[in-house]
Design a protein around this ligand. Structure first.
Ligand code: ARG
Length: 585
């Protein structure tokens, strides 16, 4: 469906033309004075300069063209030359009824859909997930759903950090604790055990212990380095040990992400890119784009237009090791080969912005991605505590994701238990759903690039600009619908008779604009702002209208249809944000 505001713009543009002016002056926007009118057109002001006439005269001439038009209930030219517009209840009703019957509320999909590889999550194997990984998962999941909604084929890749020094640290620590294991016996040629020599909780204790040790014990650190090198050279025993670490960690990660309602299509990682590195580097050398600098092999990526220094992209360090950037380049080689994406989108903390700039430039120079493939990095801000510093536990440590979710869920559980509207058998599931809404909406309602403060009481409040408030609105509508004895009929919608009904319908017509904005700008916050407005309009309507006690059956059917469409739009929007509503709360 054509967007509502575009339909109005088209009509007003025609009127400009009929009055003898350029139609382009007829662009209409939502009024910034809702007390005066619903829509406005300011085109008479710039037109006045072109045609050397007073803006008010132009506005009046255009208004005359629109007189009696069934699209409008009011067209008025006001000083110095604004056109104030109200749409007619019948026009509004027909548009909203069209939305109710159309697929996806008539929101058009992208006319040029692409294959998009999305790189988000990015946890490091064997290290517990912490809140730093939270934003990547939450924003990534939402953007994946939004991109799909608009018709793109999206491949979500978790891109595990599974090849670094942490692996060598773990292997070396296990060797110290259990030197008798066959993985460490170079003479061993049999089958390695299928059971891992550690559990996930042991693994989570082993890594921090090894990491701390490596900072004070130089010899241990060197041995861990050697172990990493040996693993990367393909040592059979170390490789078998690595596979145990992977299997156990990935199972745990899957559980954690499932709890967050975040999923991935492929579970590839840094290790999968390693075979692509040697041929890639050969190719780069052959192309003559590399050079040796301080013993390291690099690709210079500085461009003339740069106002700041962009250091070269390092491929191989002087000690012969490939680094993070090398792996990201090789991963691009792999992704182009496997998926031929039109776009690769990365989500990490904004402190990695320079890294991606270097990688993207090197990838272009090396011809790894064709010019038509877009590379984009979204660098998000930090989740801070109330002290304005990166969020920590009360003890000052890094807060684990599971702990954070448990804390929010406990808080919500207490609240709904006190309210006593939820059956005790449903308390647990309901608390989880509300907790997810609190956490995700609290994050997504901010612009991704901005830092924000995690504030449990504020995020979990049932009133205000929060996830639970949106859920509460949906639950309230569901309870009205459940009490309505008839069947909901979308075409029962009636032309609005009250301001509240008209405002709710106007809010509904803005659905497509908000979703498009969220899609175009990679900004789930646009959806949050929209559903906050829509929920507000729905609650006002509900307060001012007798719905279940309305004696006129056709009016009642109309109200119910309006409530039901509102619920459907709200539910579609929260689905794009990655959470869902309970039945009661
Ligand atoms: N594992 C990395 C980290 O924890 C994030 C990976 C992001 N993705 C990428 N292709 N570099 O910082």
């Amino acid at each position: 469906m054509e967007k509502f505001v575009d339909l109005i713009s088209q009509r007003v543009s025609q009127a400009f033309q009929a009055a003898g002016f350029e139609p382009a002056f007829g662009r209409v926007t939502v009024s910034n004075r809702p007390d005066l009118c619903q829509y406005q057109c300011n085109g008479a002001m710039p037109a006045a300069k072109t045609y050397h006439r007073a803006p008010i005269q132009i506005a009046q001439a255009v208004a005359a063209q629109l007189e009696g038009d069934p699209m409008f209930a009011m067209v008025s030219a006001v000083n110095p030359g604004f056109l104030n517009l109200n749409v007619s209840p019948a026009f509004l009703r027909d548009y909203v009824a069209g939305m109710a019957q159309a697929e996806r509320f008539g929101v058009e999909s992208d006319p040029n859909p692409r294959t998009i590889v999305m790189d988000y999550g990015g946890p490091n194997v064997a290290k517990p997930l912490h809140v730093g990984h939270l934003r990547s998962a939450i924003i990534g999941e939402s953007l994946k759903r939004i991109n799909r909604y608009f018709g793109n084929q999206v491949i979500g890749d978790i891109h595990l950090g599974d090849w670094g020094l942490q692996m060598g640290l773990i292997i070396e620590e296990v060797r110290e604790r259990q030197p008798e294991l066959p993985y460490f016996d170079p003479a061993f040629s049999g089958e390695y055990p299928t059971e891992a020599p550690f559990t996930i909780s042991e693994l989570e204790e082993i890594y921090p212990c090894a990491s701390a040790k490596s900072k004070v014990d130089e010899d241990f650190a060197r041995r861990a380095h050697d172990a990493t090198f040996k693993l990367q050279q393909g040592d059979r025993g170390y490789r078998a040990m690595w596979e145990h670490i992977m299997r156990i960690s990935v199972a745990d990660l899957k559980k954690n992400y499932a709890n967050l309602n975040v999923s991935f299509d492929v579970w590839m990682g840094e290790s999968d890119a390693q075979p692509y590195i040697p041929p890639m580097i050969e190719d780069m050398k052959a192309k003559g784009i590399t050079m040796v600098s301080d013993g390291a092999l690099v690709i210079p990526v500085q461009e003339e237009s740069d106002s700041k220094e962009v250091p070269p992209c390092i491929l191989v360090k002087s000690d012969g090791a490939a680094i993070y950037a090398t792996t990201d380049l090789a991963t691009l080689v792999q992704r182009m080969q496997d998926f031929r994406p039109g776009k690769v989108l990365y989500l990490t903390d904004k402190r990695q912005a320079l890294h991606f700039e270097q990688v993207f430039r090197a990838a272009r120079k090396a011809g790894i991605v064709p010019p038509e493939t877009e590379l984009q990095h979204i660098g998000f801000g930090t989740m801070n505590g109330k002290d304005g510093k990166p969020f920590k536990t009360r003890a000052g440590g890094v807060m684990r994701l599971e702990t954070l979710i448990a804390e929010i869920t406990d808080y919500i559980r207490k609240k709904i238990t006190e309210n006593q509207v939820v059956d005790s058998s449903e308390v647990e599931d309901t608390a989880r759903l509300i907790a997810m809404a609190a956490l995700k909406y609290g994050d997504l309602s901010n612009q991704p690039t901005k830092d924000y403060i995690f504030d449990l009481e504020r995020f979990a409040a049932f009133e205000g600009n929060t996830g639970p408030y949106i859920l509460y609105t949906i639950v309230r509508i569901k309870s009205i619908l459940a009490k309505y004895p008839g069947r909901v009929q979308p075409d029962a919608l009636l032309a609005p008779e009250t301001k509240e009904a008209a405002d709710l319908m106007l809010a509904l017509t803005r659905c497509a604009d908000s979703l498009w904005q969220a899609y175009r700008d990679c900004a789930p916050n646009a959806i949050c702002a929209y559903i906050y407005e829509l929920a507000g309009a729905a609650n006002k309507f509900y307060h001012e209208t007798r719905i279940l006690t309305e004696p006129d059956a056709s009016k009642q059917a109309g109200y119910v249809a309006l409530m039901d469409l509102t619920r459907r739009v709200l539910e579609a929007c929260i689905d794009l944000l990655g959470f869902e509503a309970p039945e009661r709360m």
